[in-house]
Ligand binder design. Sequence first.
Ligand SMILES: Nc1ncnc2c1ncn2[C@@H]1O[C@H](COP(=O)(O)OP(=O)(O)O)[C@@H](O)[C@H]1O
Ligand SMILES: [Mg+2]
Length: 239
Amino acid sequence: MTETQDSFFSVRDIHAYYGESYIVQGVSFDLNKGEVLSLLGRNGAGKTTTLRTLARLDNPQLRSGEIWLNGEPLHNKKSHQAAQMGIQLVPEDRRIIGGLTVEENLVLSQVSGEIGWEIEKIYEYFPRLAERRKQEAPTMSGGEQQMLAVARALARDIKVLFLDEPYEGLAPVIVQEIEGIVRQIRDIGITTIIVEQNAVAALRLSDRAVIMDTGQIVYEGTAQEVLDNEQLRHEYLAI
Ligand SMILES: Nc1ncnc2c1ncn2[C@@H]1O[C@H](COP(=O)(O)OP(=O)(O)O)[C@@H](O)[C@H]1O
Ligand SMILES: [Mg+2]
């Protein structure tokens, strides 16, 4: 029998496949409660696949390795169980529910699982969403939709948040606004993994960084170490 890990969120030698395609090839890392990790690397490195594996989605398939949250195994769970345990992935496409208003989207995310932030508290943190509470979500700007996606996550009682390219396609001023929100999420102690092509922006908010290439971890260190390492930045991050 394997012992549980001491750290809050622990990933132990996971191997994940899309069909017969071997994508995540032995990834391990640990996160303390409240830590923010940047998961970086070139396009196709396996970052999204790793997040999907950790969120226990059906695809990719986790064939070996272990994932632990606060001493509880996640590797033997389905995505809805992982969600109930407090794991939340905000995917790249943001998955806003069409035909619903901002408020309906928020209320719906509280239907299953434990309730996290009350809707009124969400509006305090996201005044733009408060202004648009009666607006149909798909008619909002990309930045507002990203805010709603994060707000939907906070409406549930989450413990670990995965953000897959939260800044993608957004204007710098909106990126700054979302950064402010991620900083607040960090300040309230939610453990977070950020995948971003905008590595500098992600590293600014992070304690630590993991760099992946072809499904494996090629570097692990503090965010500052990555920012200071020109060769690493050049080789894997194009910054
Ligand atoms: N649904 C899928 N089926 C098969 N292969 C996939 C699928 N999604 C991604 N891949 C492959 O997995 C590899 C890693 O992709 P991905 O995790 O999306 O990388 P990243 O997020 O780092 O850009 C790529 O080679 C990609 O082509
Ligand atoms: Mg990706």
